[in-house]
Design a binder for this molecule. Structure first.
Ligand code: GN1
Ligand code: MG
Length: 361
């Protein structure tokens, strides 16, 4: 079904004037729904049903998380319609519309007067982004209602290794032979990554409600440059806060692009690292445990490593998961993320020192 037709199934105030394709996401198809007159505008998405195999449970998770956030925002005197995503139900009161082709659609209010960024171009932006995710985690740190694990093993390297081993064994498009060097990048770090995850499994590193896709473009900033609202809640899950921090470091500190073809562009910007960490810890240091704080810098290595594995695994699998723009796109992403990981590894001691210094200046 085309986006225009699915609009009639949602409880939109006002008449739809125009539907436009929006955004750069690698997973869902996103549309901006403009309505006539003073009625609010909306965001409409066709959710990727190959990746999200339980979309009803995903929408329930989002509903639970936004309900909790709104209560907290109201209690703090904030504006729940601007600071938290508001789901728009269908005309029959559901959180999604399932069309005849089996595609799932969901909608939310469009928050006006906000700014999005594709990269952290200034230190202040990095600090505000860190505050944004830090506050998101802080507001959810007392949420006790369980979420459904709709992406089993999403940031769990043990499960990723099972998928990896299986993909290499299947080698469905016969790409393994030419990838000795790249596969070596994964294998040589396997043990240290497994050791980190073992601490999560043992409960030493606690599970919390986390976002799991903390790129800067998933935050709406207000006109004053402050983080207003965290968006793209498809991946809210019970996981470790460290993954959110690590994934943000992977995005924010990269001087190049996630899929940069010129590897010279790709390295860690340490001043951005420091600013993000300052913003993040200003909101989270009160509830994070010592062992979480100790592993913040390692989380950047962990998540970047996992992302190399995911891009390379998808390339070996014949590009079935991520949208690609050209045939070697996933391989280019793999190389760019590996360059980033090497830069993080080279700066690791400095990163640990910065975290310590920010925690006790
Ligand atoms: C995907 O679609 P997007 O860009 O929000 C992916 C993330 C990856 C990211 C890499 C559900 O997110 O985990 O880190 O691409 N989301 C899912 O750019 O797999
Ligand atoms: Mg996402």
């Amino acid at each position: 079904m085309v986006a225009e037709n699915s609009c009639s199934h949602f409880n939109f105030a006002g008449k739809v004037k125009e539907v436009r394709s929006l955004g750069e996401g690698l997973i869902n198809d996103t549309f901006f729904v403009e309505t006539e007159g003073d009625a609010p505008n909306y965001i409409l998405q066709r959710k990727n049903k190959n990746i999200f195999q339980n979309i009803p449970a995903m929408m329930e998770n989002i509903q639970k998380v936004t309900t909790h956030l709104k209560k907290k925002v109201v209690a703090n005197g904030g504006d729940p319609l601007r600071e938290v995503l508001t789901l728009t139900p269908t005309t029959d009161g559901k959180l999604f519309y399932l069309d005849e082709e089996g595609d799932y659609w969901a909608a939310c209010l469009f928050i006006e007067d906000t700014i999005t960024h594709q990269a952290a171009s200034t230190l202040d932006l990095a600090r505000q982004g860190g505050k944004g995710i830090g506050k998101f985690q802080a507001l959810l740190s007392d949420m006790t209602e369980p979420l459904t694990d709709i992406l089993p093993g999403f940031h769990n390297i043990k499960i990723r290794f099972q998928q990896w081993d299986d993909t290499l064994k299947r080698d469905p498009v016969k790409r393994v032979t030419g990838l000795g060097e790249e596969i070596g990048w994964i294998e040589s770090r396997r043990k240290e990554m497994g050791n980190f995850w073992a601490k999560v499994e043992s409960g030493e590193i606690p599970m919390r409600v986390t976002h799991n896709d903390t790129k800067i473009s998933n935050i709406l900033f207000d006109q004053q440059g402050e983080a207003l609202c965290v968006i793209d809640l498809d991946t809210v899950l019970n996981s470790t806060c460290l993954n959110d921090y690590g994934d943000a470091i992977r995005y924010y500190t990269n001087a190049g692009l996630e899929d940069d073809e010129n590897l010279e562009n790709v390295y860690v910007k340490m001043d951005i690292f420091k600013s993000y960490t300052e913003g993040y810890l200003s909101e989270t240091s009160k509830f994070l445990t010592p062992i979480e704080k100790e592993h913040l810098a390692f989380a950047a290595r962990y998540i970047t490593y996992e992302q190399i594995l995911r891009f390379l695994m998808d390339y070996i699998d014949g590009d079935r998961y991520y949208k690609i723009k050209y045939p070697t796109h996933n391989l280019v992403r793999t190389h760019a993320q590996h360059k980033l990981l090497k830069s993080i590894e080279q700066n690791y001691d400095k990163m640990c020192a910065i975290v310590k210094q920010v925690l006790s200046p």
